[in-house]
Design a binder for this molecule. Structure first.
Ligand code: NAP
Length: 350
């Protein structure tokens, strides 16, 4: 058997960094070889630098690893990044310039014209934008992004609907988990028994990323999907899992059975190529009045499946339904890992 590909994690001590470490434990193709975070963590043993917040223990192979400085020297070629956008904006290009494959969660470069924003089940062809990047041409390095955690579940639910019925209007109202705000995130006094009707820049990201993801590759860029879209984002006192109430207007008439069939039959390249992190069922439809709920449904498909339910007519648009997606797995580390697996089978990590 060939050796595993060594990978590094930038922002390894944070909420998403920890998920990377958890999901990479026993991965068949990749193994964690390098960890980096801020000056606060640099030089310390990982187990001492990170406040581990997951329910599985820190993998032994990582616990005693020293946190490296966040610079390209000595870092492996493949880097998973989970940095705040302001830091990522400067650091990710630095790694790409030095020849690294940067697979990132940050919003810093998601909307750049030559940077692919990819969900393997939805728009795998967009990875070709890598070839337009100046880093790729000079050093072989590149940047690939995954979406914002609230856009992820929405786009997986919309992609089959767009294909079968066409989209004219999409309205989304989110109820987003506290783990989406990183660690320590929102103060307990602000969120317990409360709903916060504002998440900085989230509504804008959700709207523009959804249209880029569902858009068409056109040479050196993406033509955004053409439908009206409005998002309202709220933070709620849930640990993991973003729930979203969605209303849609289609270009073609549809019935509930064909809509639920469109979801349940939806498959993509991730399933066809049997990528190790791909869920068997990317979109699950639950025919129950009171589901999906984060407490019961968020872990389905190892946190990689988006669950949809409560499909019913909408008196303003055509149809309304509820979407649930795991924000730190499908909406962050799991999404980046799936992108890395797609890049590997497409030969970009050779
Ligand atoms: P977080 O818990 O606050 O973690 C931030 C990480 O960045 C920590 O490892 C931190 O290291 C490191 N860091 C901070 N300043 C740094 C610097 N100057 N140089 C190098 N490393 C530095 O945040 P998070 O929730 O993991 O989010 C990370 C990124 O993923 C963000 O861009 C976020 O928007 C995105 N994202 C998050 C989610 C989610 O559900 N949480 C979902 C999708 C996307 P120290 O521990 O040393 O400070």
């Amino acid at each position: 058997m060939s050796a595993k590909i060594p990978v590094g994690i930038l922002g390894a001590t944070g909420v998403v960094g920890q998920r990377f470490i958890q999901l990479l434990e026993n991965h068949p193709w990749f193994e964690v070889a390098w960890l980096a975070a801020s000056d606060r963590s640099e030089g310390r043993e990982y187990a001492k630098a990170a406040r581990w917040r997951l329910k599985t223990p820190i993998p032994q192979s990582v616990a005693n690893m020293r946190v490296s400085p966040a610079t390209p020297d000595g870092a492996p070629k493949v880097i998973f990044a989970a940095l705040d956008a302001s830091i990522a904006a400067e650091m990710e290009p630095r790694f790409a310039t030095a020849g690294h494959a940067v697979i990132t969660n940050s919003s810093a470069l998601r909307m750049a014209k030559d940077v692919p924003l990819v969900i393997p089940e939805v728009n795998p062809d967009h990875i070709k934008l890598i070839e337009c990047q100046p880093w790729r041409k000079k050093s072989g390095g590149f940047v690939v992004t995954n979406s914002n955690c609230s856009a992820m579940g929405l786009v997986l639910a919309l992609a089959p609907l767009q294909k079968h019925f066409g989209l004219e209007t999409v309205m989304a109202v989110t109820m987003q988990a506290v783990s989406g705000a990183g660690y320590p995130g929102v103060a307990s006094l602000d969120i317990l028994g409360n709903v916060i009707p504002y998440i900085a820049k989230e509504e804008e990201k959700m709207e523009e990323e959804t249209q880029k993801l569902l858009g068409k590759l056109n040479g050196a860029g993406v033509i955004p999907a053409h439908f009206k879209m409005s998002a309202q984002c709220n933070r709620v006192a849930v640990e993991d899992g973003h729930t979203e109430s969605i209303s849609v207007k289609f270009s073609k008439k549809a019935s509930p059975n064909v809509i639920s069939d469109a979801w349940t039959s939806f498959r993509g390249v991730a399933q066809q190529k049997q990528l190790p992190s791909a869920p068997e069922i990317p979109v699950r439809y639950m025919d129950a009045n009171d589901r999906p709920q984060p407490r019961f449904d968020v872990e389905f498909g190892r946190g990689m499946t988006t669950t949809v339910g409560r499909l019913r007519p909408c008196k303003v648009l055509d149809w309304k339904f509820t979407v649930l997606s795991h924000n730190t797995i499908r909406g962050a580390a799991g999404a980046a890992l799936l992108n890395a697996e797609l890049l590997k089978v497409e030969g970009y990590l050779d």
